[in-house]
Design a protein around this ligand. Structure first.
Ligand code: GLY
Length: 376
């Protein structure tokens, strides 16, 4: 396994030395790769929610290689995101995805005071979205009662802010949101809803639409991955048993639904005749499973590690592009089941990010954007 991970990582570094230079030359924050070029997000300018993954990917590559191009690119994009903190009306609940892999990792690695300030600024914006009836409000566009399972991944920002300031109010917000999520998002069989619409005055759950999945009541695989990894993280930050139990329930459900070839359907309840794959879900779930495996008994740990490895090896053998046709690696990523956003079965930056993070976990070099700052 180690040899395989080392070999794949070496191929990634070789390809990404060129891909990082290309991003610098194009002066873009890559969102997806296509026809030998990077393409930036057509939405929300530099406030687009995926824009922190580039810096995170660069740090993951810089730490074990010490190649300057990766550090320079991580810092170039961090600077662009710093300006977005003042563009308040474009920011959203996904500030964790933006600032943990960029400013957060920069601070973790170097103690940089500006990076720390930006991390706390982002955490304050996220805490400001909290509705005391029990949830963090998602997106903008005047949808005050909407919350989404993806937000579980952003909670690290709040846990880290409490860790850094010694003030528990940030972590308290995170716990309340996580507890609401156990109640309203996670179903009995371990599958998750993507969206829950709450009454913003009472906190009563009113509706559970399908969101980026196939339909209401279905099971959008990336949402399952956000839940799996997100509850694992809430456990790592709090050591509250209920978060570990929830993460395991989602993990068992996820593993039972991995395709026979090791790839991941976009929705675990999509019509069988349609091939619609989302490899981002598989890569992210693999990261969650590798962390979860460290927290459970030996038998469960083995099954989580084996599932993670099976998915990662399938991504490598079936869906990795090592040519120059695309500057990104992982293909067959799908933004959402119906309204395709970046597209269907394409390369999207956070697919590459989680694939690389998983390999770094296997090689012991993960820079750990989502983890407690001082380690577990
Ligand atoms: N956080 C939005 C998505 O996963 O597409």
């Amino acid at each position: 396994m180690q040899t395989w991970a080392d070999e794949v990582f070496a191929k990634i570094v070789k390809k990404y030395e060129k891909s990082a230079a290309l991003a610098a030359e194009q002066k873009v924050i890559p969102y997806f790769g296509e026809s030998g070029r990077w393409v930036s997000s057509p939405y929300d300018g530099n406030s687009w929610w995926t824009n922190g993954f580039w810096s995170g990917l660069m740090w993951q590559l810089y730490v074990p290689t010490q190649k300057e191009i990766f550090k320079a690119e991580a810092l170039r994009v961090e600077k662009l995101l710093q300006a977005e903190l003042m563009a308040f009306d474009k920011l959203h609940h996904d500030v964790g995805f933006m600032y943990l892999p960029s400013s957060g990792v920069h601070f973790k690695l170097t103690d940089d005071e500006t990076a720390k300030r930006d991390l706390l600024h982002a955490a304050t914006l996220l805490a400001g979205r909290f509705n005391p009836v029990g949830y963090i409000s998602a997106w903008n566009q005047n949808r005050p009662g909407w919350a989404i399972v993806d937000c579980m991944m952003n909670l690290t920002l709040l846990y880290q802010a409490s860790e850094l300031t010694g003030d528990p109010r940030f972590a308290n917000v995170a716990r309340i949101h996580a507890d609401t999520s156990i109640r309203e998002f996670v179903r009995g069989d371990g599958s998750c809803n993507h969206i829950v619409i709450f009454d913003p005055l009472t906190g009563k759950a009113l509706e559970k639409p399908g969101g980026q999945g196939y339909e209401a009541g279905s099971s959008w695989s990336r949402g399952q991955a956000w839940g799996l990894y997100g509850f694992t993280l809430s456990y790592l930050h709090t050591k509250e048993q209920r978060y570990l139990e929830t993460a395991c329930r989602i993990a068992d459900y996820f593993i039972a639904n991995i395709r026979p070839d090791g790839l991941t359907d976009c929705d675990f309840r999509q019509p069988k005749e349609e091939e619609r794959i989302d490899n981002i879900a598989g890569a992210c779930a693999a990261c969650g499973l590798l962390e979860l495996a460290k927290q459970v008994d030996a038998e469960k740990a083995q099954s989580y590690q084996e599932a993670a490895l099976r998915m990662l090896q399938a991504l490598d053998t079936l869906c990795a592009d090592w040519t120059d046709d695309c500057p990104g690696i992982l293909q067959k990523c799908t933004a959402s089941y119906h309204n395709d956003g970046a597209g269907r079965h394409v390369n999207i930056i956070y697919g590459d990010y989680y694939f690389v993070e998983a390999l770094c976990k296997l090689r012991g070099t993960d820079v750990g954007p989502w983890m407690p700052i001082k380690g577990e």
